[in-house]
Design a protein around this ligand. Structure first.
Ligand code: PMP
Length: 317
């Protein structure tokens, strides 16, 4: 109504103006240039932090319960005290409302906080909670239409007994090394093997391999992040009557696969059409990818619509 006289252009300009980044630090919301934390913060110094990334559909955060539960599990593994989950949820809602983007990217970071310059985690004072909300930027459409090319780098996935990849910590150097290697060689992403040569996961996604009619994904004991999208993809595929397995996969399974895809909150389900110099299947996104992606989309939209109707009180994932 406000723009009834000015028409669509004014409405569109207003919508663009309102797209914004907001950062909530320990319950106080800042614009991007005013948001600051200490250089003594252990997240900055040592990667001594945990985090989650969520996205919205129709403005509503998707799979919130699953992400917050994983945040809690990661923090428990590192012994970082987490503010109450309901407090985080309330701060996330408030920050989203202040940013008022049509669709948002949400990053929740909890660091062990500041303290004297020592590794000793018992010397840290109190944890810091940062919730960063910015406009959601989709991946380029060509990635879904033609598929991406990934490399298997020399660097291997962290050992579970060293730094368990199941902990979503702020230390992403393993993935950064792998992605850097792949990008410098001209590929879109990296697919990491574990030290025994089994497929683990991509730099920031899980991997699925279609072998005949079986949809396979590396088992958790390989050492990987238990992706929220991975879990939902397995559920959706099983509900659609597909045979699924969580198992050991090696590079021969990949190269001979009918289809390969990666999954993550931000990518949803994305097709992989080449690994190193080997094309996968027919070298283009396959029918199972197309089916799973549309089922996943339908699920995410239905779940967030239901969540909105319940006023944020549903278990939407
Ligand atoms: N593996 C790694 C290493 C990741 O960083 C991510 C992204 N969080 C994933 C898998 C996918 O997880 P999710 O589906 O929960 O986004």
């Amino acid at each position: 109504m406000l723009f009834a006289g000015g028409g669509y252009r004014l409405w569109a300009e207003e919508a663009i103006r309102r797209v914004s980044t907001r950062v909530n630090i320990d319950g106080e919301v800042f614009g991007p240039s005013d948001a600051r934390i200490s250089v003594f913060d252990r997240g900055f110094l040592y990667g001594d932090s945990v985090y989650e990334v969520l996205r919205t559909y129709g403005g509503v955060p998707f799979a919130k319960q699953a992400h917050l539960a994983r945040l809690q599990r990661s923090a428990d593994r590192l012994g970082i005290p987490v503010p109450g989950i309901s407090w985080i949820q309330a701060q996330m809602d408030r920050t989203l409302a202040e940013a008022s983007n049509p669709e948002s990217y949400i990053r929740i970071v909890i660091t062990r906080g500041s303290g004297p310059l020592t590794l000793d985690p018992t010397r840290a004072r109190s944890p810091v909670c940062v919730i960063l909300v910015k406009p959601y930027e989709p991946f380029p459409e060509w990635m879904y239409e033609t598929g991406i090319r990934v490399a298997i780098p020399a660097v291997r996935r962290n050992l579970r007994a060293a730094l368990d990849p199941a902990i979503k910590s702020g230390n992403y150097l393993n993935s950064i090394l792998a992605l850097g290697e792949a990008r410098r060689a001209g590929f879109d992403d990296a697919l990491l093997l574990d030290v025994r040569g089994r497929i683990a996961e991509a730099s920031s996604s899980n991997v699925f391999v279609l072998i005949g009619s079986r949809l396979c994904t590396p088992a958790l004991e390989t050492g990987l992040l238990e992706g929220v999208t991975r879990g939902l993809t397995l559920r959706i595929a099983r509900d659609a009557g597909m045979e699924c397995c969580e198992c050991n996969l090696d590079t021969a399974d990949l190269i001979n696969a009918d289809e390969v895809m990666i999954t993550s909150t931000l990518r949803e389900i994305m097709p992989v059409v080449q690994i190193d110099d080997q094309p996968i299947g027919h070298g283009k996104p396959g029918p199972v990818y197309h089916k799973l992606r549309s089922l996943f989309r339908e699920h995410a939209l239905a779940a967030t619509r239901a969540e909105a109707r319940l006023g944020g009180k549903g278990d939407e994932s």
